[in-house]
Design a protein around this ligand. Structure first.
Ligand code: HEM
Length: 485
């Protein structure tokens, strides 16, 4: 299928989905309660509000691409301010219905939307039972490239796969023990990016992303994989089909080739790579190690986006950029393994523009909400931008506020706060790579802002691209460009 047909198909599918939701929702109107229906626990949304939520919140989130982003839609979302609009819609729903959970009267699925911090905490803390991360739509999407991935596994298998991920990614440690190998790799790739930028006069997404994915392959598989563009292309192809979840047939042959290639790297276990760490930790027949690695490759993309957006934040905030440079000066060499301010900057990039805006759960049994019963099989949505950007509750909602993440010179864990700032989620399903990601992204960010070793610095193009007084709801990372001046 050529690109034009794909775009037409996308537009058609979205139109159909919208029409389907609207028609089904309207056909249910006689059964759903009009306006706010409060009964102490669950609250049912009215028909018009459900349709508005589908159009303003769900449609843009899914149209941008949940598994791999569609750059044109992301650019459109920034131009039309779609993410800011989604937050406003959620605020209106909260004003009207209160804390919920809000039940959507959809005929095709029992679906709840969370509006209160304590409900978010409960659902994330009580995952994966009774709030399973392996929701139907997530299973449909991720099984295109990792049918045995931890995130879509259950029971004993999930426990084993989670343990494997935690051990290899060193979930509990602020600094991964392979730091001595990883830091020079980041420096090396940052150096190449900057050399390219010096030649071209600017650093754009394509050059950044090429270096970033090389860095990821070296960290995950070892230097021997530096030039293996094919493995990165394979996962992108599989993720494109995954965006369509149930609606696209699986490319099983391609998936097998991809997983076999990963297995070959795991067997090789090049010293200094995550593959080598994977070889050193215990495994059982349930582990399916080669099916945990696709999640790493996939999720490192999000880390690249967060880094590039963080670079834009620093370029637009000279005072904070100066503080970041001072931090680099006071943490030379290997001491860069823990850069609190730069880590907080990446966390801010993720608060402002979360790369997982929809955290999804599905209940495995009936759950009680203030005397009301949410039935087994209900989908539960945490739409993180609503909490991250709620200007009714946070004065700095739309500004760059790295101090939110800093406490006594340490990066604060999202878990110790009342208000859910949860770019990496929280609770037993929280991202096990949070610390590894923050280490690699902060060091890459530091290397890029330190481009001015020869007196030059990266400047965001065009001037005034970001307004510090009101940061946009969407920041199109694909369109960001920096001049090296
Ligand atoms: C900026 C980068 C990243 C962000 C924002 C992020 C965020 C998340 C989020 C929100 C979840 C879902 C948790 C839930 O459903 O409650 C998750 C799960 C996961 N992430 Fe990340 N992630 C990132 C990068 C990575 C990387 C680079 C890796 C591996 C190297 C990784 C490994 C995983 C794994 C294995 C899971 C599944 C955990 C489970 O099922 O228990 N993530 N991540």
């Amino acid at each position: 299928m050529n690109k034009r047909n794909q775009n037409l198909l996308l537009a058609g599918a979205l139109g159909l989905a919208g029409a389907y939701v609207a028609s089904k929702v309207v056909s249910q109107s006689s059964r759903s309660r009009a306006g706010a229906a409060r009964n102490g626990g669950l609250v049912t949304a009215g028909v018009i509000d459900t349709a508005a939520l589908a159009v303003d919140v769900l449609a843009p989130t899914f149209a941008k691409g949940v598994i791999v982003r569609r750059p044109k839609v992301v650019a459109l979302a920034e131009r039309l301010g779609l993410d800011a609009r989604a937050v406003r819609r959620m605020q209106k729903l909260h004003d009207k219905y209160g804390d919920g959970p809000l039940m959507l009267p959809l005929p095709i699925r029992k679906q709840a939307v969370l509006l209160a911090p304590e409900h978010v905490r409960r659902v994330l803390d009580e995952s994966p039972e009774p709030f399973s991360a392996a929701s139907s739509e997530k299973r449909a999407a991720l099984s295109h490239f990792e049918p045995k991935g931890a995130l879509i596994s259950c029971g004993r298998e999930r426990a084993e796969r989670r343990r494997f991920n935690e051990e290899v990614l060193e979930h509990e440690r602020a600094v991964h023990h392979m730091v001595g190998k990883f830091l020079p790799t980041v420096d090396d790739e940052a150096g190449r990016m900057l050399a390219g930028a010096r030649d071209q006069g600017e650093l754009d997404w394509d050059s950044f992303n090429a270096g970033w994915t090389r860095m990821v392959r070296r960290v995950v598989f070892g230097d021997g994989a530096a030039g293996d563009q094919e493995i990165s292309d394979l996962i992108i192809e599989l993720r494109k089909t995954a965006n369509w979840a149930f609606m696209h047939p699986k490319k099983t042959g391609m998936r097998e080739r991809f997983l076999a290639r990963i297995q070959a790297y795991l067997d090789r276990a090049e010293p200094g790579s995550l593959a080598a760490v994977a070889a050193s930790v215990p495994k059982s027949p349930d582990t399916a190690a080669n099916q945990q690695v696709p999640q790493w490759l996939f999720a490192f993309d999000a880390a690249g986006m967060a880094t590039f957006r963080a670079l834009a934040l620093l370029a637009a905030h000279p005072e904070q950029a100066a503080r970041a440079r001072a931090e680099l000066r006071s943490h030379p060499g290997i001491e860069r393994q823990y850069l609190p301010f730069l880590r907080a900057t990446v966390l801010e990039s993720l608060r402002l523009w979360p790369t997982t805006p929809a955290i999804l759960r599905q209940t495995t049994r009936d759950t009680d909400w203030g005397g009301d019963t949410m039935p087994a099989g209900t989908g539960v949505l945490v739409f993180t931008p609503f909490f991250h950007r709620d200007d009714r509750r946070m004065a700095c909602a739309n500004r760059f506020a790295p101090e939110l993440w800093l406490k006594d010179d340490q990066v604060r864990d999202a878990q110790d706060r009342d208000w859910p700032l949860i770019p990496f989620s929280s609770g037993p399903v929280t991202c096990p790579a949070r610390n590894l990601v923050l280490m690699l992204t902060s060091v890459m960010l530091g290397a890029l802002i330190d481009a001015g070793a020869d007196g030059r610095a990266l400047q965001l193009l065009p001037q005034g691209r970001l307004d510090p007084a009101r940061l946009p709801g969407t920041l199109d990372n694909y369109g960001l460009r920096f001049a090296l001046r």
